[in-house]
Design a protein. Structure first.
Length: 336
């Protein structure tokens, strides 16, 4: 009994460490990105998405390294379903409206959907995520990053051009007026140090999280996949919930949706791709016959809901939340 209490305490403490470490990491990375001049939507699908996905990534890697692959797969798939149906649903309910830009939805939504189909393909035809899948995942994610970098360059050029404006001189001739450059903040040693500290906290916290989760699942006779799909998936996705909810509440809509879409792409391509380098990750039957199709369904659903008016409404939020509740009930109590 004392050992169970200790494991629960470790689970709670490790979650707190992971959440706080992710918060520190994201804050500093976003701050550094802002200084460099990276746009909000690019920050959302890269720095914010990757930073908030580190708990899932760390948990998946640790689970693979310590021979608990089902836990790692569950964390990734469960997090992706929760990110869209749970986090975006809750955020839309409380924020009222989450708007989206057509470009961001087309680019990031398409890649998020593409990655889910690629994963399902390997799961269905091979029944395993191995080194070959890893290579495909990393290549696809590299292409995605290249597209993001290209779009960021275009955004910078557009902003630079916007600094020029035409004015009329007293003689009636046109002249080009240049705004003096604003004094920019500089990247400090403290920002970098705190980023590294946040990363270290994530590594330690995720190791403790996987250990305690695995032990508790064994003691309670809970399948590792179920533990990963729900307990750890929701727990490690708290950073995404905090960032997405706060972004939506503050009107940073591109950052809000970009964080979720970018996070889901990262979870699959890197969260499963990197562990597959070290060992082949076997796939449970229900993972590709139920969990992965649900992940595709909620991804298509949220894209269609947004596409109607380039926004998520409160009603859409309730639809997404109800979808997640239905999935959880079916997975836990019906399918097991």
């Amino acid at each position: 009994m004392l050992w169970i209490i200790a494991l629960v305490a470790i689970l709670i403490v490790s979650l707190i460490i992971v959440i706080k470490a992710a918060d520190i990491f994201v804050d500093k990375i976003v701050e550094i990105g802002g200084i460099i001049g990276i746009s909000e939507i690019i920050l959302g699908v890269t720095a914010s998405a990757i930073g908030t996905s580190l708990p899932e990534f760390g948990s998946a890697v640790m689970a693979a390294l310590f021979n608990s692959p089902d836990l790692g797969v569950g964390v990734v798939i469960g997090s992706n379903i929760w990110n869209i149906a749970g986090i975006l649903g809750i955020s839309a309910i409380f924020a009222g409206t989450i708007q989206s830009s057509p470009k961001g939805l087309t680019r990031d939504g398409a890649f998020t959907l593409l990655t889910t189909f690629i994963l399902l393909g390997f799961m269905y035809f091979l029944g395993v995520v191995d080194i070959y899948a890893s290579i495909v995942f990393v290549v696809v994610y590299s292409i995605y990053l290249w597209i993001l970098i290209r779009d960021q360059k275009k955004e910078v050029e557009k902003n630079e051009a916007g600094k020029r404006e035409k004015v009329v001189t007293p003689k009636g001739g046109d002249a080009i007026a240049y705004h003096p450059p604003e004094e920019k903040k500089k990247i400090t040693f403290g920002m970098i140090a705190w980023s590294l500290l946040g990363l270290a906290g994530l590594i330690v916290g995720c190791r403790l999280l996987v250990y305690s989760g695995t032990e508790l699942a064994t003691i309670a006779n809970i399948p590792q996949m179920i533990m990963g799909l729900f307990t750890l998936a929701i727990g490690t996705s708290i950073p995404e919930l905090v960032v997405t909810f706060n972004s939506a509440r503050k009107g940073l809509h591109d950052l809000s949706i970009g964080t979720v879409l970018g996070s889901n792409t990262f979870n699959i391509m890197i969260g499963l791709g990197i562990p597959a380098i070290f060992m082949s990750v076997p796939i449970e039957h229900l993972s590709y016959t139920f969990d992965a199709p649900v992940m595709i369904f909620v991804t298509v659903l949220v894209l269609l809901l947004i596409k109607r008016g380039m926004k998520l409404t409160r009603v859409d939020g309730f639809i997404l939340a109800l979808t997640y509740i239905t999935y959880a009930v079916l997975r836990i109590y019906v399918l097991g």
